[in-house]
Design a protein around this ligand. Structure first.
Ligand code: SF4
Ligand code: SF4
Length: 305
């Protein structure tokens, strides 16, 4: 089944009109072909996320049964979580290399349009499994999904963290810039589908949550720190408040000239529904060793020569 899911998603990414920039920005693809990985619903790592992310973080069985009470009889061990990585195209990555204080417009428009495409991929993936006779749901589209905030220091986290789901599925690791470094780099988006279809579980190459980041493996690099215009990154990690305030500055500056083009995005924060027009920032993900690959792997291969 792994191959049929992969083929289905590759076709969707190449043919879906929502994976396209508008004509004003060249009409090319926003995302290249996806990467996929699968974790098992009973993996103990999901209990660990209640300590690492927050006690409100849900296990696959919890989000499954709370979203669909009629399916609460499903065994957690028979659930599978399909994690899907969306890599931004080289065109967007190249255009963003030289951006210094405001993101390249093509990235911001792609970042804004991406949410609608990702939502469509989730709906169509759920329906793909249902047509094959299985049950399926998307955590991000569940009525119980929400984003929570904690003050001092500011923390923003969801009850279903897609980066943690991707780690569980062996797709990569966390990093100094608090992104997620996968085989196709850190300049990506991530989402997931839960199903009772018997997908093969992907092995995790390492349980080290930072194995793919040069800073955590060699003590060097920190290119993402140099690239951040908001001084939001340091050896100590990511200052979410500075990052959030810089995102707001970008929105204030860019929204007026893109206003006829942008798509609204709705989400529930602390129990209240709000609408935003996300434009992204991500200087820390462009023109750095981990933009498009796992830099640690490249270093290890060089050392073998
Ligand atoms: S730029 Fe370097 S230090 Fe920063 S996340 Fe990437 S590999 Fe880690
Ligand atoms: S998203 Fe922007 S402000 Fe936030 S850490 Fe990255 S470069 Fe800095």
């Amino acid at each position: 089944m792994h191959n049929s899911v992969k083929d289905f998603l590759e076709t969707l990414f190449s043919e879906n009109a929502l994976n396209r920039l508008p004509d004003t920005h060249g009409s090319g693809r926003i995302f290249d072909s996806p990467l996929i990985g699968v974790s098992g619903g009973a993996d103990p790592i999901f209990q660990r996320y209640k300590e690492v992310v927050g006690p409100e973080h849900l296990t696959p069985y919890e989000i499954w049964s709370q979203s669909n009470p009629e399916m609460s009889g499903t065994e957690s061990g028979s659930l599978r979580v399909l994690s899907i990585i969306f890599p931004y195209t080289n065109r967007i990555r190249e255009a963003s290399k030289t951006a210094k204080t405001m993101p390249a417009e093509v990235y911001s428009v792609g970042r804004n349009f991406a949410n609608e495409f990702m939502g469509d991929v989730l709906k169509k993936s759920v329906s793909f499994f249902q047509k094959k006779g299985y049950n399926a749901m998307a955590g991000m589209q569940s009525p119980v999904f929400q984003i929570l905030t904690k003050e001092e220091p500011l923390q923003l986290y969801s009850v279903w963290s897609e980066r943690h789901i991707a780690f569980a599925a062996g797709l990569g690791t966390f990093s100094l810039h608090e992104g997620f470094i996968s085989e196709v780099g850190c300049n990506i988006r991530v989402t997931s589908v839960i199903t009772d279809a018997p997908l093969e579980i992907s092995p995790r190459k390492s349980d080290d949550p930072y194995a793919n980041c040069l800073f955590y493996t060699t003590g060097k690099c920190k290119k993402c720190v140099e690239r951040c215009p908001a001084d939001a990154l340091s050896d100590k990690g990511h200052d979410k408040l500075k990052c959030y305030l810089y995102l707001k500055t970008i929105e204030q500056e860019m929204k007026p000239r893109l206003s006829g083009l942008l798509k609204p995005h709705q989400r529930v924060v602390n129990g209240e529904r709000n609408t935003s027009f996300p434009l992204g920032c991500a200087f820390c993900q462009f023109n750095v060793p981990c933009t498009s690959k796992i830099p640690v792997k490249e270093r290890d291969e060089d050392n073998r020569d």
